[in-house]
Every structure is written in structure tokens, then in C-alpha cells.
Design a protein around this ligand. Structure first.
Ligand code: ADP
Ligand code: MG
Length: 728
């Protein structure tokens, strides 16, 4: 009997949902564990408060002396919240968050002790960073990296630790984390967008990018999840036959949330409230046991930190409820995978969302400027955008079961398509007064009312305009949003810079009026960006063919998708904007390729192990039972036994065939790995893992899943899909 599996099933059936205490209003507990303005006002001197607020708003430097003041206030606040330790909290390129805790506690002399935390400990630290991924930037003898405080993301108390959001850079100043390039990209888009805003409103001083992520996840009973070695080691199931019932009835989406899950969600939301993560929406997703959580959008850097923190909190809270959260993009074959839609927009310090149509023709022209420039940016850098969401795990999701395909395209809806078509017919050169009035009244001026009926319920376009924001849907559920956000904000920044140059050129050289110049440049952009616009629904073979004709990339695997990251135009893009230098770009490429190889290698080992050590022995055992049965029948019936043993004999034969296939495929896979591991060229190695190792997973799985259907359920050792997906 398959002990672990049945033990896990038994455990899972005993679960009760936890009682969650929600006596206080959410608005009351929101941000209670965050060193926010309210806390700062209580714990900081006026000078310290002013300097930190200025650092947040204008990015100004904080004086060393004031840093000492801030650290003391921060420490006292943290201790009042139960903290005993502090840590510089950062996001290395492993994808997880990192922290090393130090106690405030210090001895002074003769058995005396105090709590201490000074400015230098707040501002900078030097963790021994040699074992974080660095893509060859740091040699081991130069293993020092340092973390530096990012005052734009507030410190918070998590458990009993004061967490200080920081960047992580090498001793020579190269970024070793996700946050550093993101901050630089946000700075670049701020500068570039402000310059464009000045065409419309001289008062604009700052433009910030906003991000609202939607986090999808699977919630699986912990006992069931840990009974599967593949889930434990790779975060997904590597084999398992689909259950008789999957998601075909569409009865899960927006359905009633099961009690135990509801308790988990409420508990999680409470934690989020304390940490200042403004979560707002929760619901069932399409696949069984799949759910979604979304916050109110925030400034992009803060939103990225909050999502990273959330992914950690989700796992911790899940333990209390005997759940395991699967953030993998494709934990189960045959049912929907999980994504993390990144809703993105730009807004000014004067309170205008630049991607929201306004009330006047002038503000609508501003909207159209940012709208069309974003489309143009995506058109120019579609391949880079695809590269920004590439990972071994997301490869399984893209293009399958209602997920966006690997082809990047922009969906804008019928109404805006029409607006662009009309704008495209604008006269080249100076516009006649009549044309301009007509344009402003009937095209640009009409946008708000027509947008109201532009309801986009197409959920699978990789990049879609949804009323007042763009929604990048190809981002993977376990990805750090910083990567796609760095790329998106960088390409838009670059595009806006180019746009400004072209408009100014027309104004200066051709003495055009500002509006005429803007209309002229936009008209050209609409023409050159047409190939990226696609109003269809996600993936289809026809779209694949069409996209190819349009010259759009279709990089289905991570190694293919990452290549563009080290291409000349991309390096020039990042260097030109000051987002990353060549060394940083190349290091990231190496880290991501290496990660791809390691993930695929681990999966390959795990599937080999499960197939050989779990599936094959079970198959042999069942086959022996059959043989025993056949032998018995022969004893009873003599020569006539075949009439009674037909099915059994056939099964015995089929089982042998599957066992033989599994063994030879696993051997082949191991040999491929051995050869590839000798290859020191990272590109060739990653490609080899993609083309030679990974396809064997499917073949091995096929035979294992067939055996699952043949073998006595009592003997099958691996917790089945129906148990994983339908246990509530
Ligand atoms: P859905 O895409 O499921 O219809 P919503 O429209 O409610 O969901 O929004 C999803 C996410 O988009 C939320 O996190 C929300 O805060 C965010 N969002 C809404 N407006 C903006 C905006 N202007 N900029 C960035 N994110 C936004
Ligand atoms: Mg959405």
C-alpha cells in the first residue's frame, strides 16, 4: 500500500478552518507595523522628519548626523512594536528576498547591556555576499557587496525584526539586485515624462510609475503537497494523469470560496494590513484550488517591494493553515497556470494619470501622446519585453490554457483603434485651422465617452490597454515584478526621449506649432507601430503565422528569449539611460541562463528519480500480482486459462513495454545531461537543456501517466491530481 499518499489524504480530510479574529477595522490596523509618516511624526525630530520626507520626494541625500537621529527614532519605534532585531532587507537575483538579522542588543562593560542602532547601521551594511548570484561581477577574493538604505520604501516590522528595504550592490558599484536598476529606470522615466508633460502643463515636476499587480496562486493541502517529491523540490508536478474532472465546467471561477481558504485569505489580509500592503480583491480563479489576490496600485518601487514581501508572507501564513502556496506558473498540466498581471500607468505630481483620457481636448492630446508612445516603445522593444518575463517555469505557461502567448502584442480595443485610424490620416506638415479644430472636437475630444464602452474582457493579450492603464499579462506568478517593470519603464523613457527630440526638431527646424508637431510625430508612430497591434484573443496558430509575417518575435523558450538581452541595441538602451552598464546587463544574462540550466537540471533529476524509484517499482509490484493471478488461473483451468486471463496477460505485456520505455528514456536523459554538463558555453548548455533534456520530460511523463491509469489505485505511490486539486 502507498503509505505516504494515503497518510496525507487522511491528514487532509481531518482539517478544520481556523478562527480568524477581525475585531478591528482594516483602516485602523493598516500600516501599523510600518515606519510611515504617522510613526515618523511620533518618533523623529522635525529636522529628521523633513530630511527623510525630502529624500522620498526629491531623492535628496540624508545627512549623516540626521541619519543617526533617524536610526534612534526608528529603533525605539521598532522596539515598541516588539522587534528585537534589525535587518537590511533586499532582493538578490535569486528571486527570493534576503535578510540577515542582527540584534539591537549590545553589551557595554561589566555585564551591562543596551539596545543600540546607529545611523551607519541604518544606512549601509556589508553582508558577506559571496554566495548570492553575481554573474561573474565579483571574484571571490573581492566578495564584498554592500546594502544601502532605500528611504523611498518605508521600513517595517515583520515578526520580531525591523526590516529596512535596501539596494544591494557590489563594491565597485554594480547592481547585484532587482531594486537598483528599477530605481534607475523609474528615475529615467520620470525625467523623460516630465519633459513631455511640459508641452501641456508647465507645473509638472515629477512623474511616477504606478504598479498594481494581481497575484495568482494555488493553495494545496500541506500534507498532500509534501507527499509529492516533485512539488517539494521543483514547485510543480512533473507527472500525474489529469483527473476525470478538471476545469471544463468552469465552476470554480468567482465561485464560493471554501471555508478553509477563506480563513487563510482573511489571515493573510490581516498580515498585509499590518505591513501596509493595501490588498483589496480576492477571488477564486479558473483552475480548481487556484485563487487571486490584488492590491490597490502603488508607486512602482513600493509595489514591487510589497509583492516580494507578500510572496513571503503568503507562505508563512499558509503554514498556520496547513496549506502550501504554489506560486509556480504551471504547477499542474492541463489546467490553467498562474500569472501576475502587472497593471502599469504614469501619473504626475499634479494628480493626473497620463494614461487616462481627460476632460478637454488638450488633456486628451496628452493622453494620446503617452498612449501612442507606449505602444511605439513596445513595438520597438517587443523582444526585450518578452525577455523580461522569461523563466524556465513561465515557459510552461505561455501559450497554453488561456495564458498569453510568447508573442508580444498590444490590445487597445475597437474604439481606440478607430481613434488611431483617424489620427493616421492627419495631413503631413502644418494642419489647417479647420482640420485642427475638427480633430480636437471630433477625434481627440471624443475619447472619454467612447472609452466607457470599451470593456476589454479579453484576458489573454500579453499587453492590453484597460481604460486608464496598460496591463502586462505575460509576467509569471513567481517572478519579481522589478524585472519587467525595469524594462517597461526603460523602454518608455527611451521612447519619450526620442519623441521629444523629433517634436522639438519640427518646432525648431520647420517652425511648426507645438500641436502640429505633436500630431505629425504621432501620425508617423501610428504608422510604424501598426504591426504590434492585435485585437485577437491570445494564442492561435493563425496568429502565429500572421505575427511571423509582421516580423514579431516568437521566442518560445527562455534561452531563445534571453538572447536579446545582450544584443547591442539593448545594451545601448540601458547604458544610454543609466539603468545598467554593459557589465551589469551581461551579468544578469548569465545569471538568468544559469538559473534556467539549474532549474531544468533539477527537474530532470527529480523526474528521473520518481520514474525509476517510485513508478517502475510500483509497476513491477502490480505486474507480479497479475502474474500470480495468471499462474493461479492456470492451475485451476489448465490449458483453458487464457480465456480467463486475457486482460491480465495484456496488462502484463503493456506494463513491461512502459517500464522498458521509461528506463531507456531516463538513461537517455541522464546521458544528455552528462554531455551537456561538460559544455562551458552557457548559451549552448542552456539550449541543450532546452532542446535535448526538457522534451524527454514529456515522453517519460507519458509512460508514467499511462501506468497510473493501469495500476491498482491502492498501490499508486504518488498523490493523484484529483486529490491535490479537489481537496478543499
Ligand atoms: P481586473 O484586471 O481583474 O479587471 P482591476 O481592473 O480591478 O482588475 O485592476 C487590477 C489591478 O489594477 C489592481 O491592482 C488595481 O489597483 C490596478 N490599477 C487600477 N488602476 C490602475 C492604474 N491607473 N495604474 C496602475 N494600476 C492600476
Ligand atoms: Mg487584470
Amino acid at each position: 500500500m502507498a503509505t505516504l499518499r494515503f497518510h496525507a489524504v487522511k491528514e487532509s480530510l481531518k482539517r478544520k478552518s481556523l478562527e480568524i479574529n477581525e475585531s478591528k477595522r482594516r483602516s485602523e490596523i493598516f500600516g501599523q507595523n510600518v515606519f510611515n509618516e504617522l510613526a515618523m511624526r511620533q518618533f523623529l525630530s522635525k529636522n529628521a522628519l523633513t530630511s527623510i520626507l525630502e529624500a522620498i520626494e526629491k531623492g535628496s541625500k540624508i545627512d549623516r548626523l540626521l541619519a543617526d537621529h533617524i536610526s534612534i527614532g526608528m529603533k525605539e519605534w521598532a522596539i515598541s512594536k516588539g522587534a528585537t532585531h534589525y535587518t537590511h532587507w533586499f532582493q538578490p537575483l535569486t528571486g527570493a528576498t534576503a535578510e540577515k538579522h542582527d540584534a539591537f542588543f549590545e553589551t557595554i562593560r561589566d555585564g551591562l547591556a543596551i539596545e543600540k542602532f546607529d545611523g551607519s547601521q541604518l544606512v549601509q551594511q556589508e553582508p558577506d555576499a559571496s554566495s548570492f548570484p553575481h554573474g561573474g561581477i565579483r571574484n571571490t577574493f573581492e566578495a564584498r557587496g554592500y546594502t544601502a538604505w532605500d528611504p523611498t520604501s518605508p521600513a517595517f516590522v515583520y515578526g520580531t525584526t525591523l526590516c529596512i528595504p535596501t539596494v544591494f550592490v557590489s563594491y565597485t558599484g554594480e547592481a547585484l539586485d532587482y531594486k537598483t536598476p528599477l530605481l534607475r529606470a523609474l528615475h529615467a522615466v520620470d525625467k523623460a515624462a516630465v519633459a513631455i508633460c511640459k508641452y501641456f502643463d508647465k507645473n509638472v515636476r515629477k512623474v511616477s510609475a504606478s504598479l498594481g499587480w494581481e497575484q495568482e496562486y494555488f493553495l494545496i493541502d500541506n500534507a498532500l503537497a509534501t507527499s509529492r517529491p516533485d512539488i517539494v523540490l521543483t514547485g510543480r508536478t512533473l507527472l500525474g494523469h489529469s483527473p476525470a474532472k478538471g476545469q471544463q465546467l468552469d465552476d470554480h471561477y468567482f465561485g464560493t470560496i471554501p471555508n478553509r481558504v477563506m480563513a487563510y485569505m482573511r489571515d493573510l489580509e490581516n498580515e498585509c494590513m499590518l505591513l501596509g500592503i493595501p490588498v483589496k480583491t480576492r477571488h477564486n480563479e479558473v483552475a480548481p484550488n487556484q485563487f487571486e489576490l490584488a492590491p490597490i496600485f502603488e508607486e512602482a518601487n513600493l509595489a514591487v517591494d510589497h509583492n516580494s514581501l507578500l510572496m513571503d508572507v503568503m507562505q508563512k501564513v499558509a503554514k498556520r493553515h496547513d496549506f502550501k502556496v504554489l506560486l509556480h506558473e504551471k504547477p499542474f498540466a492541463g489546467v490553467n497556470g498562474s500569472g501576475k498581471h502587472n497593471n502599469w500607468s504614469l501619473s504626475t505630481d499634479t494628480g493626473v494619470n497620463l494614461l487616462s483620457p481627460g476632460k478637454t481636448p488638450m488633456s486628451n492630446l496628452q493622453f494620446l501622446t503617452f498612449f501612442i508612445n507606449t505602444i511605439k516603445a513596445v513595438q520597438t522593444y517587443e523582444e526585450l519585453l518578452r525577455g523580461a518575463i522569461a523563466s524556465a517555469s513561465n515557459d510552461h505557461r505561455l501559450g497554453a490554457n488561456e495564458a498569453p502567448p510568447a508573442i508580444i502584442s498590444v490590445f487597445i480595443g475597437q474604439q481606440l483603434t478607430k481613434v488611431l485610424e483617424e489620427l493616421e490620416t492627419v495631413t503631413k506638415g502644418k494642419l489647417s485651422p479647420k482640420e485642427k479644430t475638427d480633430l480636437k472636437l471630433n477625434v481627440v475630444g471624443k475619447i472619454p465617452e467612447i472609452l466607457l464602452d470599451n470593456t476589454d474582457r479579453n484576458r489573454t493579450s500579453p499587453f492590453a490597454f484597460t481604460g486608464n492603464k496598460f496591463e502586462f499579462r505575460a509576467v509569471g506568478s513567481k517572478a519579481n515584478c522589478a524585472n519587467p517593470m525595469t524594462v517597461l519603464n526603460s523602454i518608455v523613457a527611451k521612447q519619450l526621449l526620442d519623441f521629444k527630440k523629433e517634436v522639438d526638431n519640427l518646432i525648431d527646424e520647420k517652425s511648426m506649432k507645438k500641436d502640429d508637431a505633436i500630431f505629425n510625430v504621432l501620425r508617423e508612430y501610428i504608422k510604424t507601430s501598426r504591426s504590434i497591434l492585435f485585437e485577437g484573443n491570445g494564442y492561435s496558430e493563425d496568429w502565429e503565422k500572421q505575427a511571423k509575417k509582421r516580423g514579431l518575435s516568437n521566442n518560445k523558450s527562455t534561452p531563445a528569449a534571453l538572447k536579446v538581452r545582450i544584443s547591442k541595441p539593448v545594451i545601448e538602451l540601458f547604458e544610454g539611460l543609466g539603468v545598467m552598464n554593459k557589465v551589469e546587463v551581461e551579468a544578469r544574462y548569465e545569471i538568468e541562463m544559469e538559473e534556467y540550466i539549474l532549474h531544468t537540471q533539477i527537474e530532470s533529476r527529480v523526474i528521473g528519480d520518481i520514474a525509476r524509484n517510485h513508478v517502475v517499482p510500483t509497476a513491477v509490484r502490480y505486474q507480479n500480482i497479475l502474474i500470480e493471478n495468471v499462474t493461479g488461473l492456470k492451475t485451476i483451468y489448465g490449458d483453458k486459462f487464457k480465456a480467463y486471463a486475457k486482460e491480465q496477460l495484456e496488462l502484463i505485456e503493456q506494463i513491461s513495454k512502459h517500464i522498458e520505455a521509461i528506463n531507456s528514456l531516463v538513461t537517455k536523459m541522464t546521458d544528455e545531461r552528462k554531455t551537456l554538463n561538460k559544455n562551458s558555453d552557457i548559451g549552448k548548455k542552456a539550449n541543450g537543456y532546452c532542446k535535448k533534456v526538457k522534451p524527454l520530460f514529456e515522453d517519460i511523463r507519458y509512460h508514467c501517466d499511462k501506468l497510473e491509469l493501469m495500476i491498482d489505485d491502492e498501490l499508486w505511490p504518488l498523490t493523484k491530481y484529483r486529490e491535490l486539486l479537489f481537496t478543499k
